[in-house]
Each structure stands twice: as C-alpha cells, then as structure tokens.
Design a binder for this molecule. Structure first.
Ligand code: MEV
Length: 448
C-alpha cells in the first residue's frame, strides 16, 4: 500500500524529456505539477521575465531549462582609493548591510592613504590523474621521453595564449602512491593572463591525457599489464595558492581616531586581538572569513566570475597549514597600524560571461576595464574592507546595530509598509534600536 502510494507520488511528479520541451510547456508542467494556484506562473512569466526578447533569450541560453530570471541587487560601493586610483566597486549581493559596510570602510581609508595592493603570483594548476602499478623508475623514464610531446601536441591549443605571453609553464610527474596505491599525476602549471582559464587548462589537460595514453602504448619498456597507464581524469584545480594577491591598509595609530567612544590605541589593540582570535580559533575564523567573502563574492559575482571556484580555493588556502585560520592579519609596529589580507583569486576579465552578460560588462566598465591582475586587487580590497567594517562594529557597537538598521527596510517590506510609513519609521529608527518586535510595534502604532 505504502509502496503503491510512493510509486504514484513519484510517477505524478517525474518527467522525461523536460529539457526538450519549449519553455512555455516547461512552465505549464511545473505549474500543474508543483503549484496549486496561478501565482507561480505569474511570478515566472510576468514579474521576472524580461520583455526585451533578445535579452531574455540570452539569459535562457546561459544554462539548460531556464524558466525565468533570478534577480539579486546590484549595488555600488564608491570611494575606494586603491594604489592612488579611486574606484566605485560593483557588488551583487542580497545581504542588507554589506554594501553599506564596504562604503563606510572605503570612506574611512580614503582619508588615510587608501588601500595598497600587489599581485604576488598568477600561476594556475591542472592535473591528469592516472593509475600505474609498475616500477616508478620506468615511469620516470617514460615521462622524460614524453614530456616534450605533451607540450608539442598541445601547441594548437596553446598557440594564441603563448602569443600573448601565457601558456603552459611546466608539467611535472608526481608520485602519490604513499596516499593511494598506484596513483600518479601529471601536475601542470599555467599562466592564463586575463582569462580565468578553466576551458584552456581543461583542454590542455585532456590533450596531455591523450598523448600520455597513446605514447605509453608505444613505449617498449612498458611490457607487463602492471605498466599500463590508466587515465582516471583530467581537470584543473580550484586550489590556487600560487595565484595570490595582497591588499593592505595602514596608518598611524593616532589616526584611527573615530567617534565610536574608544581611543585609537584601544581600538588598535582590540582590533588586533579580534584578528588574533580568528587566527587561532577555527569557529571564529570561519565567521571572520565569511565576512571577508561577503565582499569578495559580491564583486566576483558582479564581474561574472565563478564564485564557487573562488570560495573553494579561498577556504582551502585558509587551512593550508592544517588548521582553518584567518585570511587577514593585523599588527602595530612603530606606532603604525597595519591590516592586510593574502588571498588566492583565479579571476578573468575576458572570456566566460564577461562579454555576454550586460551587467557584467557594465561592472567591468565601471572598474575601467581592469586586467585580471587589477581585478584580483580590487576583489581583495573588497574583502579586506568588509572585514575591517565587520571587526570595527564587532569591537565597538556590536554588529546588530548597523545590521538591523540596514535590515529595517526588509522588515517593513515584509509587513507591506507603504512609502509614508517607511519614511516615518526610517526617521524614527535613526534614534531607536531596530529589532523585529520594535518595528512591528511601531508599525502597529502608526496604523492605529
Ligand atoms: C555577517 O554576514 C558577517 C559577519 O559575521 C562577519 C564577522 O563576524 O566578522 C559580521
């Protein structure tokens, strides 16, 4: 009985060939199968579909089974002084206080020399993972023989990149058998210039794998079955510890003076303690770094880059020494307060969505069409600024004051406040603490 009910449930909701249906039919099947009223169709079709057919089609074709668009606010944090140039940084993010916090930090450092940045390295990594159970010495001999061919056979793929100054930097054979029996890698390093390089790297790796397999079959010293090379997979790594950028701010301790009811010296001491806690305490480090990622992800997303790749790489970097730790650091030396971040960022300003998505194009234009290196620096600054703003609140007023102030509009919208109510209550809460209940009470009072 239960089985039959479950089977019916599955049958009612399953579909084959969904991706082949025209969009209208996809929506109507979803509406009939998963929604009880016409509201869903209205949201999908009327509220979030773009009336510009060409633009809608562009979005439809980014992925499979697009039924509508998912909007995020696209905000701008102005006044970022980076290496003596002023930027307005585009941010795509839903969290109420992030853009406000970034803007506040930008303004703070604008008057104190701004952000200084430098790209430390730009090397990206890809691997061909394979199994081999023969003698390592024989494999090494084979690798030395085949190495030039790996480069040569990838030439059609690397020609253009090389002409621009990039390409394959090196290919190394790695013995990983201590960790997994019979497991080896070709560990390749790449310079991909202004491209994030995922497609370039993956295409090169697949070519390496093909060459490796083909040449191994013709290598006389491989005679037994154990010496057969079995390719498992070829893929770039999103762990990019050698694609690293530093962003930094510094000023005299006495110039930290602000109106948060704390002396500059105390502010610097408390700030450094907060960073030290994140350096040694993983529970705090994760939240500390989450605040950094608020800034990083928002710019990465606005500029059409792969925020999942960045997230994965950054967190791996944060535990590169075996314990998850803070990405940022702070010190006072000779009366100078310095706060900095080292962060791995594999970003692109050409390829991918950069020339396709109108808002991504706009974001890059707003940033004066940066190179990938310049974008790495801007993104690192957004992360550092966000971290500075969060720590500054945490060690002075607490985070909720600013956060709830920015969240006020969300609560008002949740209770369908009209424009006059919003205006009155925004004014009211300039001098009162925002809590969920306080907003409801004030709204009810206003509506009496
Ligand atoms: C909230 O999105 C981010 C913070 O929790 C970061 C932090 O605690 O440092 C405020």
């Amino acid at each position: 009985m239960l089985y039959l009910r479950l089977k019916r449930l599955i049958m009612n909701k399953r579909i084959t060939g969904f991706s082949k249906l025209p969009k209208a039919e996809k929506i109507s099947w979803l509406a009939n199968t998963y929604f009880s009223d016409a509201k869903a169709t209205k949201i999908i079709l009327e509220q979030y579909w773009n009336s510009n057919e060409k633009l809608q089609q562009l979005h439809d074709e980014f992925i499979e089974n697009t039924i509508t668009n998912y909007y995020l606010p696209f905000g701008v944090a102005p006044n970022f002084l980076i290496n003596n140039q002023v930027y307005a940084i585009p941010m795509a993010i839903e969290e109420s206080s992030v853009v406000a916090a970034a803007s506040k930090a930008a303004k703070f450092w604008l008057d104190r020399g701004g952000f200084k940045t430098r790209v430390i390295s730009t090397t990206k990594i890809g691997q061909v993972h394979f199994m081999y159970h023969g003698h390592f010495k024989t494999l090494e001999r084979f690798f030395e023989r085949v190495k030039p061919k790996l480069f040569e056979n990838a030439k059609p793929l690397t020609k253009n990149m090389e002409a621009r100054g990039g390409g394959i930097l090196d290919i190394a054979l790695q013995d990983k058998t201590k960790d997994l029996k019979g497991y080896y890698q070709l560990h390749a390093t790449f310079e991909t210039l202004d491209a994030m390089g995922a497609n370039f790297i993956n295409s090169c790796l697949e070519q390496f794998a093909e060459t490796l397999k083909k040449e191994s079959l013709a290598f006389d010293d491989f005679s037994s079955n154990d010496e057969e090379i079995q390719i498992v997979m070829s893929i770039l790594s999103n762990y990019v510890p050698d694609c690293l950028v530093r962003a930094e701010v510094s000023c005299k301790v006495e110039d930290l003076n602000e109106d948060e009811g704390i002396s500059p010296q105390d502010f610097a001491n408390k700030f450094i303690q907060a960073v030290k806690i994140a350096e040694i305490e993983p529970y705090r480090a994760v939240t500390h770094n989450k605040g950094i990622m608020n800034g990083i992800d928002a710019v990465v997303l606005a500029t059409g880059n792969d925020f999942r790749a960045v997230e994965a790489g950054v967190h791996a970097y944060a535990c590169r020494n075996g314990q998850y730790t803070s990405l940022s650091h702070a010190k006072v030396e000779n009366g100078i307060f310095t706060f900095w971040i080292d962060v791995p960022l594999a970003l692109g300003t050409v390829g991918g969505l950069t020339n396709l998505h109108p808002l991504v194009k706009l974001a890059l234009e707003l940033l004066q069409k940066p190179s990938a290196k310049e974008l790495m620096q801007i993104v690192a600054v957004a992360g550092l600024a966000q971290n500075f703003a969060a720590l500054r609140s945490l060690i002075t007023t607490g985070i909720q004051q600013g956060h709830m102030k920015m969240h006020l509009m969300n609560i008002l919208n949740q209770f369908k406040a009209n424009d006059t109510e919003k205006k009155t209550l925004t004014e009211h809460f300039k001098t009162h603490t925002v809590t969920h209940n306080a907003v409801i009470e004030a709204l009810e009072k206003l509506r009496l």
